[in-house]
Design a protein around this ligand. Structure first.
Ligand code: GTP
Ligand code: MG
Length: 626
């Protein structure tokens, strides 16, 4: 037995099948705030954190994507395999594995534990979610499991107070006795027959050590009889999405008014205190008009994220994927594409990363190509601004807001075009290759915990505000400078902004965008908006408030008086398709490992954006909305 703690940290890794609570354990042990969710494939990257055991031993803990076997197929599983089998030359292998097993559905985890024994690495088997198992009166004989496997087996609950005590104590015990030298690595990729055999071995283990109460008609099964019903289930999903977008639009309105009033008061104070001039213009036009004009959308973004987080934690995501499988399959999308695409409603970047759960490279690339068409939260400010400026705030039938309906239509347009593009891609490239069958574990429903939802919501709201304070702010400053300088010559008769560099740049680009009804002000806002879509709003706000000499009219009012409905519609359609986000393109480059797919994305999306906007604009003009 060694007495003093080792000075350099021990390297421990969390390994286990998807959705067994590895990240929840990681967060609970290290105090990190990595994303957890009640569906398979939440973690797709390796993440490291640190903590100190009760005995004072420093630990470096690695959280890994879930996998059923080291015979990795999809890119996320390969991450796990490479850490466990030490395929990274510059990273030492883990010294101890914490093999996490879902106590309620232990088969996959126990089978994996048996497979991992062959790697020769020491391990502790952690029966997680023991709180649920106890609640269901599932009896687990950990001593028997430990005897059979020949390794320590303890139980834990990542979400209950005191649920980690045994795990911490066991880590100390294992380390105090000195880790055994890793045995020889005898692991070989199991084939189908090996897997069948080892599943049977896992079943024997379960028979010996785990007793289930007879006939447990769980709440999950009862709920699923309705929610997975081919007709009611799909109806429920549609109603749910509809309510979600109505809530995003209508529920946020009072809060947005409040923020708006706050900024208006601030602008008034500034105009009263500072003399008219560059400083006043910078603060009111760039900072308040531009950045403030984006921050106003925080309530909508928070409501959208709240819905997504609740659905993720409840365990509804995998059900929605199951319901959509037929429809998506018809469009040539893999069933596993659903969760990445739904995540893209928040932001295409995590959405594209989530495609790592798709093992077939062709299916994965198709999903990556269409993910940016889903309406990400950065489009919310753009859509809301134009919708509130041009669509009357009427109620249909007294309950459904017309503006909310148009928003819903914009989201639907993104979804439908993603389906069409993937169908075309399938038709062009892969007509004869059948898609493999879709298998996705349906997790048990879990009541979301308010604390973790609140933390996750705060993390996302903070990220939005940080973006407003950094990327959006700096781009807005650039636009303000361009729109302010050079200043008009003495005795100039035209509006000052027409002498600025921005006007000159806008006029150069205008010929390309004039056929789709865009003026030079829009052209000026679009280029910096490549850094983030919200900048289009901040940019328009800055340009229009610099040129607005009449006072402090809201941007929506200004736009309504300056743009035709045809231009507004064309602008909306442009933002459905245009690849206005450099970060997304960078992630496509990284995840596909080639610049080719970046060019394919940029090319098809700009082409689609321009032609769809062209058709929309001319159709609208023909209808007399020019
Ligand atoms: N009741 C209960 N819920 C838990 C426990 N551990 C995790 N959960 C929940 O189970 C779900 C899955 O947890 P994650 O930590 O995301 O699972 P994971 O193993 O990291 O999943 P992947 O990253 O997809 O492989 C989440 O909804 C957690 O809140 C537990 O001990 N008890
Ligand atoms: Mg995880």
């Amino acid at each position: 037995m060694t007495d003093a703690p080792r000075s350099d940290p021990f390297r421990l890794a969390l390994v286990g099948p998807p959705n067994c609570g590895k990240t929840a354990l990681f967060n609970a042990l290290t105090g990190a705030r990595q994303k957890v969710g009640n569906y398979a494939g939440v973690t797709v990257e390796r993440k490291a954190g640190a903590f100190v055991t009760p005995a004072g031993q420093r630990i470096e803990l690695i959280d890994l994507p879930g996998t059923y076997s080291l015979r990795a197929r999809s890119p996320d599983e390969i991450v796990t395999r490479d850490v466990v089998l030490n395929h990274h030359p510059d990273e030492p292998p883990p010294e101890l594995m914490l093999v996490v097993v879902d106590s309620v559905a232990p088969r996959a985890g126990l089978r994996l534990a048996m497979e991992l024994l062959a790697t020769g690495l020491p391990m502790i088997v952690v029966l997680n979610m023991i709180d649920i198992a106890r609640h269901r009166k599932i009896e687990i004989d950990t001593a028997a499991l430990s005897d059979e496997l020949g390794v320590p087996v303890i139980s834990s609950s990542a979400v209950r107070k005191g649920g980690l005590e045994m795990l911490r104590a066991q880590i100390d015990t294992t380390l105090a006795f000195g880790l055994p030298e890793p045995g020889p690595n005898l692991w070989t990729p199991p084939d189908a027959a090996d897997l069948r055999l080892s599943h049977r071995a896992a079943d024997r283990l379960i028979d010996r050590a785990i007793t289930h109460p007879p006939e447990y008609d769980s709440l999950t099964h009862r709920i699923d009889r309705v929610l997975l019903h081919p007709v009611f289930g799909l109806g429920f999903l549609l109603v749910l999405l509809f309510v979600m977008f109505q809530a995003v639009f209508a529920g946020a309105a009072p809060f947005m008014d409040l923020i708006d009033a706050g900024f208006a008061a601030l602008a008034e104070t500034i105009t009263a205190v500072l003399p008219a001039g560059l400083a006043q213009s910078f603060l009111t036009d760039a900072v308040i008009g531009g950045v403030g004009g984006v921050i106003i959308f925080l309530p909508q973004i928070v409501i959208l994220f709240l819905f997504i987080l609740l659905l993720e934690d409840l365990g509804y995501m995998a059900r929605a994927a199951f319901l959509m499988d037929r429809i998506m399959g018809g469009a040539g999308l893999h069933g596993r594409a659903f969760i990445p695409l739904l995540s893209s409603f928040a932001c295409a970047i995590p959405g594209i990363m989530a495609t790592r759960v798709i093992d077939n490279p062709r299916d994965r690339i198709t999903t990556i190509l269409v993910a940016p068409l889903m309406t990400c939260s950065a489009r919310i400010p753009v859509y809301t601004l134009i919708v509130s400026a041009f669509i009357p705030a009427r109620q249909i039938g007294g309950i459904i807001s017309l503006q909310g309906l148009v928003m819903f239509g914009l989201y639907a347009a993104g979804i439908v075009s993603a389906l069409v593009v993937s169908a075309v891609a399938k038709f062009l490239f892969a007509r004869r290759i059948p898609s493999p069958p879709f298998m996705l574990d349906l997790p048990d429903y879990k009541v979301p915990r308010p604390r973790s939802v609140a933390i996750a919501l705060w993390t996302r709201a903070a990220a939005f505000l940080r973006r407003a304070g950094t990327t959006i702010f700096s781009m807005t400053v650039v636009i303000w400078v361009l729109a302010t300088f050079p200043q008009p010559p003495v005795g100039a008769t035209e509006p000052a902004i027409l002498y600025s560099l921005a006007a000159k740049i806008g006029q150069v680009i205008e010929p390309v965008l004039a056929p789709i009804g865009f003026n030079w002000q829009i052209s000026v806002a679009l280029i910096p908006a490549m850094a983030a879509r919200e900048i289009a709003v901040a940019g328009l706000a800055t340009v229009y408030s610099i040129s607005d000499t009449g006072g402090d009219a809201a941007l929506a009012t200004l736009l309504a008086s300056q743009w035709s409905l045809a231009t507004a519609l064309s602008f909306l359609v442009w933002f459905i398709f245009a690849p206005q986000c450099i970060s997304t393109l960078a992630v496509i480059r990284r995840e596909t490992g080639s610049a080719k797919w970046v060019w394919v994305s940029v090319g098809y999306m700009f082409a689609l954006a321009w032609s769809a906007a062209f058709v929309t604009y001319h159709l609208a003009v023909a209808l007399g909305w020019g």
